[in-house]
Design a protein around this ligand. Structure first.
Ligand code: UDX
Length: 412
């Protein structure tokens, strides 16, 4: 058996290693290690620490056979062939040029062992991680020495290009979203429908239709961080114009979130103070329980800033997580999960409920922040009947049909 040790049991390490173990039962044994005791315990339990469609089945069929989760980092690193006897593979997003730093550190401490560093950036997206791993668009391997026979879809580049490609890909995707969101502001000002504009634009095959859905903004742990990383590298290399270009993508994203909150407040007679607002969805996108950098935090904080009462429902995010996200400052997030620095006090004007109908009961306004499929199929007549009038609905994800809702009586 070839022994793989993966350091880091998060959104990339967990699903990626589970799929590797599933695909190579006879030849590969995988150990996923992490310093977080609670996280490893969760990977070894019936309640995995992350939600990802299909992940439970993959883990269940390999765990204890050729897939192991452990906190014994040193042991598994020592036993591994890959991170390796001689190869270290850089997998998750890293600051560009990390490979060079790893190479230097290893070479200076090598005791005669020869290391090869590869950059193999991960392109999986949350919510479709298992699907992306089974059928990737491309596999990118960057190294000083490239494999002899590159197979179709395996792109071999130099180390630095592989690292930068990962940042560039995410920056391009985020830029598309900011572009369509900037258009949405113009559409709202002029009476055009952004869904129709984006559909028409996407019909140009050079542009394509993917990643052109207007929203309250992009969220998640990757896009903002990767663009800031790119901006930093540009500035370090004396390219302020290029840095400013990418910065603008983030500015438009922040503007979109503020604009959404302002729109709610101004529509509801210029204040939401003391009013009940139901929030549908808190995760940064559907099919995940991940809330890192979710736009819901900014929108909820904006509404709380004007003294609204919030009733929040998300099918995959726990009350504890929502309360923690809303009571913490941005930078508290960097504390390692196993330390649990202090138990955050819950935010008083926020209640978290386990049902969309419950969340909307007695609400003056309702906003949809995550595109969960179940929000499309709710009985909105029943919801409307339980709300004081006028009943407002703000769809931050374009999941409902505004015309149908207006017929029920909602102000959309
Ligand atoms: C992203 C990249 O897609 C993936 O290739 C990379 O490996 C990691 O970063 P992820 O962060 O999981 O993946 O989510 P993604 O599907 O890219 O969505 C990011 C954000 O943009 C979400 O908040 C999503 O809701 C939003 N989005 C996406 C839009 O607002 N409109 C769209 O059209 C598409």
């Amino acid at each position: 058996m070839v022994k793989i040790c993966c350091i880091g049991a998060g959104y990339v390490g967990g699903p990626t290693m589970a799929v590797i173990a599933l695909k190579c039962p006879a030849i590969i044994e995988v150990a996923v290690v992490d310093i977080s005791v609670s996280r490893i315990a969760a990977w070894n339990s019936d309640h995995l620490p992350i939600y990802e469609p299909g992940l439970d089945d993959v883990v269940k069929s390999c765990r204890g056979k050729n897939l192991f989760f452990s906190t014994d980092v040193e042991k598994h690193v020592a036993e591994a062939d890959i991170i390796f006897v001689s190869i270290v593979v850089e997998k998750s997003t890293v600051p560009v040029k990390t490979a060079e730093a790893i190479e230097k550190i290893l070479t200076h401490n090598s005791k005669g062992v020869k290391y090869q560093i590869l950059s193999n950036p991960e392109f999986l997206a949350e919510g479709t991680a298992i699907e992306d791993l089974f059928a990737p668009d491309r596999v990118l391997i960057g190294g000083r020495e490239t494999p002899d026979v590159p197979e179709e879809r395996i792109l071999c580049t130099n180390l630095w290009s592989a690292e930068l490609s990962r940042l560039a890909a995410n920056a391009f995707l985020a830029q598309r979203i900011s572009s369509v969101n900037a258009m949405s502001a113009l559409c709202e000002a002029t009476g055009a429908d952004v869904a129709q504009v984006s559909h028409a634009v996407g019909k140009d095959t050079r542009i394509g239709h993917k990643f052109l859905n207007a929203s309250v903004g992009f969220s998640g742990s990757c896009f903002q961080k990767d663009i800031l990383n790119l901006v930093y590298i540009c500035e370090c290399n004396g390219l302020p114009e290029v840095a400013n270009y990418w910065k603008q993508v983030i500015k438009v994203n922040d503007y979109q979130k503020t604009r959404f909150v302002n729109r709610i407040v101004s529509s509801m007679f210029n204040t939401v103070s003391g009013k009940n607002i139901a929030v549908f969805g808190f995760a940064f996108k559907k099919d995940t329980g991940d809330t890192r950098e979710t736009l819901a935090i900014d929108v909820c904080k904006g509404l709380l800033g004007d003294k609204a009462h919030l009733s929040i429902y998300d099918p995959q995010v726990t009350e504890e997580q929502i309360q923690r996200d809303l009571s913490m400052d941005k930078f508290d997030w960097d504390h390692p999960v196993h330390l649990q620095p202090r138990s955050p006090s819950s935010v008083k004007s926020v209640s978290v409920v386990w049902d969309a109908y419950e969340a909307a009961k007695g609400a003056h306004g309702l906003c949809i922040l995550t595109e969960w499929v179940e929000f499309k199929n709710l009985d909105y007549k029943k919801i409307y009947d339980n709300m004081p009038k006028p009943a407002f609905l703000f769809d931050g994800r374009n999941v409902v049909d505004p015309q149908k809702l207006r017929e029920i009586g909602f102000i959309v």
